[in-house]
Write a protein that binds this ligand. Structure first.
Ligand code: DGL
Length: 269
């Protein structure tokens, strides 16, 4: 049975969920984390809801086998089409859509919010359902940005990378023309591209980082439910379903420390 010092289980199709890991480690450094990146099957966002749900179930089962005290779907796509599966687990389950959507609805000034995500997320309408339940007079401008996912997985993330910049202009300039004051980075891969996105949109658009909003929601949940760790320092274990090398290079850069020796390749079969 998990207890307060058991790890938090976090999963994504690849590197994206590290945006949640990084924000959570900053906020709650004494929590242990087991991370699973399904790098053998990334991307999820171009697949059908049935396939995404099957993958999500397997990812959650893997984390449960690690005796986690909570599961976080650090994936906008899974959160959008398979959150109901998470809600049936024996441990608490958190997803990334609701915290970001609530934050956006509460902070927009001109009531024009942009939402970007994978195609599966955008098709699901998950973010606007939450936003419009809070404030029906908000207008949402949305755009699927699937190419951002391989760009991040390939590590093409610096603010002067020409491929990342041109792709961002292609996807985002039409949203800027609508006059949005906030943009939900609705896929966990996207906050890794924040420097590029902010170069294209300028500093007037509030970029809502779902890594940060999810980490804050997690801290609140653990506190309110008396589930915070009592350890001095948390440990982190990383698992992937394909070669570890590519993941390790970009992940280490993003987390600001080498995680080479901490990654293990596993098979979900
Ligand atoms: N990082 C994921 C998300 O938040 C999935 C990206 C993908 O695999 O397509 O949607």
């Amino acid at each position: 049975m998990p207890n307060n010092n058991s790890p938090i289980g976090i999963f994504d199709s690849g590197l994206g969920g590290l945006t949640v890991v990084r924000a959570l480690q900053e906020l709650l450094p004494n929590e242990s984390i087991v991370y699973f990146g399904d790098t053998g099957r990334v991307p999820y966002g171009s697949r059908s809801p049935e396939v995404i749900r099957k993958y999500a179930r397997e990812d959650m089962d893997f984390l449960l086998s690690k005796n986690v005290k909570m599961v976080i779907a650090a994936c906008g796509t899974v959160s959008s089409v398979a959150a109901d599966i998470g809600n049936t687990l024996d441990v608490p389950f958190l997803e990334v859509v609701s915290p970001a959507a609530k934050y956006a609805a509460e902070h927009t000034k001109n009531k024009k919010i942009g939402v970007i995500g994978t195609n599966a997320t955008i098709r699901s309408g998950s973010y606007e359902k939450v936003i419009q339940s809070i404030s029906p007079d908000i207008t949402i401008y949305k755009k699927g940005c699937p190419l951002f996912v391989p760009i991040v997985e390939e590590g093409l993330v610096s603010e002067d990378n020409i491929i990342a910049l041109e792709t961002a202009k292609h996807y985002l300039l039409p949203l800027a023309e609508e006059g949005i004051d906030s943009l939900i980075l609705g896929c966990t891969h996207f906050p890794i591209l924040k420097p590029v996105i902010s170069k294209v949109l300028g500093s007037d658009v509030d970029l809502i980082d779902i890594g940060i909003t999810t980490a804050k929601a997690t801290a609140k949940y653990l506190e309110e439910n008396d589930m915070l760790s009592t350890q001095k320092e948390g440990k982190c274990e990383f698992y992937v379903s394909d070669r570890t090398a590519g993941f390790s290079a970009v992940a280490s850069r993003f987390l600001g420390r080498s995680i080479d020796g901490e990654i293990e390749r596993i098979s979900l079969e």
